[in-house]
Ligand binder design. Structure first.
Ligand SMILES: [Zn+2]
Ligand SMILES: [Zn+2]
Length: 167
């Protein structure tokens, strides 16, 4: 939903909507609940964004859906003002965004928050067996005939094997 900053009333505005946003090339249904108000040119955005995201398991590399809920607490400044004061401001402050030409788009805010906060390492299931390093089979789907040692092979195990072999 696009909002004109100049039209946000003094008491602020509540956004509560179901929307479809593009995340990593997937159209994702998101539930956006935000309270937006302003003080001078600064816009304050608070609330939560929820979406059923498509994530990739870091162990078996399969995509899976998971409901993700992100708290939002952000301050937006007009980018025009930022450009005037360039030089006076050093590093961009965390949790500070910019809006352009009097416009705030809650879909963009929701997408940014979800993408920024997705965990990098995530498992489809705590018990995920992962992929056999020996033959590449997804061990959640099928077994394989590789020796047990190879299925859990890690750098450390390789090292142990190496030393055993030399004894
Ligand atoms: Zn997995
Ligand atoms: Zn195998």
């Amino acid at each position: 939903m696009k909002l004109k900053v100049s039209e946000i009333p003094e008491e602020g505005i509540d956004v509560d909507e179901q929307t479809s946003i593009g995340l990593n090339e997937h159209e994702t249904q998101a539930s956006v609940r935000l309270h937006i108000d302003k003080r001078g040119p600064q816009v304050f955005v608070k609330g939560t964004v929820e979406a059923g995201m498509l994530l990739m398991c870091s162990r078996c590399l399969q995509e899976f859906a998971r409901d993700v809920s992100m708290p939002v607490d952000l301050v937006y400044n007009p980018v025009e003002e930022m450009e005037e004061e360039r030089g006076a401001i050093g590093k961009k402050e965390l949790d500070m965004g910019f809006y352009r030409e009097d416009e705030i788009d809650t879909d963009v805010i929701a997408a940014e928050q979800l993408l920024l906060n997705v965990p990098i390492k995530v498992l489809c299931n705590e018990a995920c067996k992962g992929i056999c390093p020996g033959c590449g089979r997804d061990l959640n789907v099928e077994g394989c005939a590789c020796p047990a040692g190879e299925k859990t092979s890690s750098k450390f195990d390789e090292l142990k094997k190496y030393f055993k072999g030399n004894n």
